[in-house]
Design a protein around this ligand. Structure first.
Ligand code: G6P
Length: 370
């Protein structure tokens, strides 16, 4: 077992550290030689079919659903097609409006999640095309979908998903860019610019991993609390949801992820002296707004860890108690970096509490019952 973990204490930590490789493998062969366009030869859909699609439903469970929340912004920003996201266990029962010009994207690490598979079948029954983003070649979801993009994260053993989630983000970026270049919603130069930034992501994740120890100290502090908050706006909110889920799954510490601007509509009442708040502040255009929400929680005694962009250290130091800076990237790409310190935070919090990191109580890696 130790050999399989390649010297790491847990599969989760090993998988967190495998992310640079997972990013590279998922991108490999899918970016043209000159780095200016996306090539997805595995797609059965023709450019004509893609041009005929007018709406998207992203359906998945758990962490894969959180990747879908980022996927929504990616597709809407790049291809300007409206996207809805649903948890798979809700999708079929709300009588969703699925038309032949709807593309349903199912996201599943295992490709075997019962609710996700049922959603795929319902979508096809209604005449929609289904694209699967999955990590397992030959899985049920991969076999039944009309189109498949395989994430090349490699086998994920830890119940808490890390490299599968980030590889799903990479798949969404590639597909979103492919769609944008097909529709012309982004210029060739814009696509090339985003692709260049994507190719820097693996190295940037390595830089974050080199600072894992700084996260450990904060995690140990957090492990003494039984309640905390994750806040953020825009893509930071989507990442906050994933950070909160990760922490709950393996540390059993209760946390809530909140859209930063929504706090004052109720939850601010729960902010009391000493409560940890993890504030994601990577969306430049929303930075000032998030800062004002941080002031609200600080005024009530919260202890704030800011996840910030490099370059904001001095300024952020005036408002937060601890900070972790992620390397500079394009706003749209920040989730592929900002989630990494949150994965480490959950890992080290779980470790500090002495829990079984790889096999948390009550959870299964793959859920094949509805
Ligand atoms: C289970 C796992 C989660 C995972 C979810 C969806 O609940 O514990 O970590 O996100 O299933 O799994 P999938 O294989 O469909 O991505």
């Amino acid at each position: 077992i130790t050999a399989e973990k390649a010297g790491f204490d847990h599969f989760m930590l090993k998988e967190i550290y495998e992310q640079p490789k997972a990013y590279r493998d998922t991108m490999r062969g899918r970016i043209s030689e000159d780095g200016r366009s996306v090539v997805l030869p595995e797609l059965n859909m023709t450019p004509e079919i893609l041009r005929g699609i007018n709406r998207v439903h992203i359906v998945a469970c758990g962490t894969a659903m959180h990747a879908g929340l980022v996927g929504k912004t990616i597709i809407e920003q790049l291809a300007r097609i409206p996207v809805e996201t649903d948890v798979a266990s809700e999708y079929r029962y709300r009588s969703p409006i699925i038309t032949p010009d709807t593309l349903v994207i199912v996201v599943s690490q295992s490709g075997e999640t019962a609710d996700t598979l049922a959603a795929l079948r319902e979508a096809q029954r209604c005449g929609a095309r289904v694209l699967a983003i999955t990590n397992v070649v030959g899985s049920s979801v991969a076999r039944e979908a009309d189109d498949v993009i395989i994430t090349l994260a490699g086998p994920e053993i830890a119940v808490a998903s890390t490299k599968a989630y980030t590889s799903q983000l990479i798949a969404f970026y590639l597909f979103g860019l492919y769609w944008a270049q097909t529709l012309g919603t982004k210029t060739a130069d814009e696509v090339a610019h985003i692709l260049a930034a994507m190719q820097s992501l693996p190295e940037q994740v390595e830089k974050i991993l080199a600072q894992a120890e700084t996260v450990k100290a904060v995690a140990e502090e957090i492990s003494k609390h039984s309640n905390l908050f994750f806040i953020g706006r825009g893509l930071d909110y989507a990442v906050a949801l994933e950070g909160s889920l990760k922490l709950k799954e393996i540390s059993y510490i209760h946390s809530e992820a909140y859209a930063a601007g929504e706090l004052k509509h109720g939850t601010l009442a729960l902010i009391e002296d000493g409560i940890p708040v993890i504030a994601l502040m990577t969306q430049e255009e929303l930075y000032e707004k998030t800062l004002s929400n941080i002031k609200e929680v600080k005024a009530r005694g919260a202890h704030v860890l800011g996840i910030i962009n490099e370059g904001h250290e001095a300024e952020a130091a005036k408002s937060v108690d601890h900070q972790f800076a992620i390397p500079r990237t394009l706003t749209l790409l920040t989730p592929a970096l900002s989630v990494v310190p949150l994965q480490l935070l959950s890992y080290y919090a779980s470790l500090a509490l002495g829990h079984d990191v790889d096999k948390p109580r009550n959870l299964a890696k793959s859920v094949t019952v509805e």
